[in-house]
Design a protein around this ligand. Structure first.
Ligand code: C5P
Length: 218
């Protein structure tokens, strides 16, 4: 590992969307590009961390020095994360995990015979909350993408999911969040907060990681 504020630290993170299969050729997903998670992985490696990136399907290149595990569904992402959680000191949940999946994927391609089609969905596990609830939990950081009352919902998530820190952003503002190259995160932790301003995702990622490094040394 490189020398730096995260030298020798082990970081596990999730990035990108998940795909929930409907049948052998179709899936439900979302518009997550993975850019924020990949920026975090790249900057963490640069700051000296040993980085494992559990990634949903994205079109981004793996950052130098980062170990990448590719998954498709939320359940696969949970398994990949939980198999590695005890070996890591920091976890950042940056993936846009599908909240629901079809109850069962059809074995054969669904045919267009009926005029309407109903798909029954079931809740996916919450990967971030599962990590935070683990007995040997790492320093656990989540993201909150909100369209209103950002602080209220971020603080609610911090408490409800029992996180060490949450990075909140207002995705209703243009040029932030999903698919954008820049972001404007506000960090919250029990008893404090920090506004990171508006900048490119590499700068946001570095500022978030330096704040985590500060908390770990305290
Ligand atoms: O509750 P909400 O989905 O808004 O929380 C967002 C945070 O929770 C993100 O850090 C996301 O990666 C994580 N999450 C998760 N598993 C889910 C849903 C969200 O890890 N099933």
């Amino acid at each position: 590992a490189e020398p730096g504020p995260l030298a020798g630290k082990t970081l596990l993170l999730t990035a990108g969307p998940t795909r929930e299969a409907l049948d052998p050729v179709r899936y439900l997903s979302n518009h997550s590009s993975g850019k924020m998670g990949y920026a975090l992985a790249e900057q963490a490696a640069r700051l000296g961390a040993d980085v494992t990136l559990v990634s949903g399907p994205v079109t981004l290149a793996t950052p130098a020095g980062v170990t990448r595990i590719d998954v498709q569904s939320a359940q696969q992402m949970l398994e990949a994360v939980m198999a590695r959680v005890e070996a890591h000191e920091i976890f950042i949940g940056c993936a846009a995990v599908a909240d629901y999946r079809p109850v069962a994927a059809a074995t054969d391609k669904i045919k267009k015979s009926q005029e309407t089609l109903t798909i029954e969905m079931v809740r996916n596990p919450d990967i971030l909350a599962t990590v935070a609830g683990h007995s040997k939990r790492p320093f656990t950081v989540g993201f909150a993408a909100e369209t209103r009352d950002v602080e209220h919902y971020a603080l609610d998530k911090l408490a409800r999911k029992k996180l060490d820190m949450i990075a909140a952003n207002d995705v209703s503002k243009p040029g932030q969040g999903f698919n954008a190259d820049s972001n404007a995160l506000t960090l919250y932790w029990p008893g404090g907060s920090k506004d990171l301003g508006h900048s490119d995702k590499a700068t946001q990622a570095e500022a978030l990681l330096l704040t985590i490094a500060e908390k770990l040394t305290k």
